[in-house]
Design a protein around this ligand. Structure first.
Ligand SMILES: NC(=O)c1ccc[n+]([C@@H]2O[C@H](COP(=O)([O-])OP(=O)(O)OC[C@H]3O[C@@H](n4cnc5c(N)ncnc54)[C@H](OP(=O)(O)O)[C@@H]3O)[C@@H](O)[C@H]2O)c1
Length: 342
């Protein structure tokens, strides 16, 4: 586990401790190397006496699976030094984008390429599903947290041909752990508690091209998205409100049927009964995605709300789900579906 001292790394370790088929090997970090894991993540009691190692390829290469949870720009060089037989699951952005132009527009490091995209439930046209790309893969790019919540919210409508490819608008609120663990003044408790604020406004957030890539794949044509993230005074969770224009002929019944059919057999994605609305509190600590879909008949728009835990289905849960698929294990193994409430 590389990046074990971070939020995503800590969540992967929490999930692996409850997984029946994984044993935790090396745990590595950067500035925290040499520290006890128990001092960095006091909640990971069974691993408390492990000492964080420096992140190097030799330390990581003797394992069947390596999870990378590093700041973007650091995964490529490390992964290139790991044997091809090692399953590498990257939680960073480095290998998510298929377009080099998108990468260079939104990121400040060299383009590393793209790996199979780790969102198993992502629908495409003609009934295709991303899961089929992940069985047996030895390199997988775990999606970003916002792209997970937003893409799963809207993909069924694009895959079913019900939505217009333009005028897609998303406003999403995230808990502060989405920004990682390093100290940043605007993430101090005194700044965040009792306040909400937007960031990356005006199309500047790095998850925009990833969301567009996913929805374009679902639609089979280019989709553009206006995406505005906001910071919410909670440690975990993303609530995404996603709206798009309905194509003529699409109505309340066809919309509901498309979403319910897309996720009828999915273990982790559930369309709630009509009248119930997703809440971040319901998915804390779980790999569960809650969705509700409504039609604004006056404006001819669909409104989909999704809730995920950014650290679980939005990162670490997806990473473990992808590892299960890559290794041919049951996809749901070791992954909680029940949240922590209240
Ligand atoms: N947080 C989320 O909700 C979330 C969701 C989806 C994806 N992700 C992605 O997951 C990755 C990790 O995010 P995070 O939230 O866990 O960040 P984080 O809390 O800041 O943790 C970053 C980790 O990377 C290590 N690190 C920093 N610089 C390094 C370097 N030069 N070489 C090796 N290791 C280095 C840190 O070690 P030290 O602490 O010892 O310095 C720490 O273990 C990021 O790419 C992020 O975009 C995060």
């Amino acid at each position: 586990m590389a990046g074990a001292s971070g939020y995503a790394g800590g969540e992967i370790l929490r999930l692996l401790l409850a997984h029946p088929r994984f044993e935790v090997g090396a745990v590595t970090a950067a500035s925290s190397a040499g520290e006890r894991l128990g001092d960095v993540h006091p909640h990971l009691v069974p691993l408390a006496d492990r000492v964080l190692d420096v992140t190097t390829a030799p330390t990581l290469s003797g394992h069947d699976v390596v999870f990378l949870a590093l700041p973007h720009g650091h995964s490529g060089a490390l992964a290139a030094q790991l044997p091809e037989s090692v399953v590498v699951i990257d939680c960073g952005a480095d290998f998510r984008l298929e377009s080099e132009a998108d990468w260079t527009t939104f990121y400040d490091t060299a383009y590393a390429g793209s790996w199979p995209y780790g969102l198993p439930e992502l629908r495409g046209p003609a009934g295709s599903v991303q899961r089929d790309q992940l069985a047996g893969a030895t390199r997988i790019a775990v999606p970003g947290c916002y792209p997970t919540g937003v893409s799963l919210a809207l993909a069924p409508g694009f895959a079913a041909g019900l939505l217009e490819a333009e005028d897609v608008v998303v406003v999403a609120a995230s808990g502060t752990s989405g920004a990682g663990r390093s100290l940043k003044p605007h993430l101090l408790g005194s700044e965040v508690m009792g306040s909400m604020s937007p960031y990356g406004v005006g199309g500047g957030h790095r998850h925009t091209p990833e969301i567009e890539q996913n929805l374009s794949r679902a639609a089979g044509e280019p989709v553009t998205v206006s995406f505005t993230p906001t910071l919410a005074p909670m440690p975990r969770g993303i609530l995404a409100t996603c709206t798009a224009r309905l194509r003529s002929g699409a109505d309340r019944a066809s919309v509901r049927a498309a979403w319910e059919a897309a996720y009828a057999d999915e273990p982790f994605v559930h369309v709630l009964p009509e009248g119930s609305w997703p809440a971040t509190a319901s998915v804390v600590g779980s790999n569960h995605v809650q969705l509700q879909v409504a039609v604004d008949e006056r404006l001819g728009r669909v409104v989909v709300v999704s809730a995920i835990d950014n650290l679980t289905k939005g990162t670490a849960g997806a990473a473990v789900q992808c590892a299960n698929l890559a290794l041919g294990l049951e996809e749901t193994l070791g992954l909680p579906i029940a949240g922590v409430a209240p």
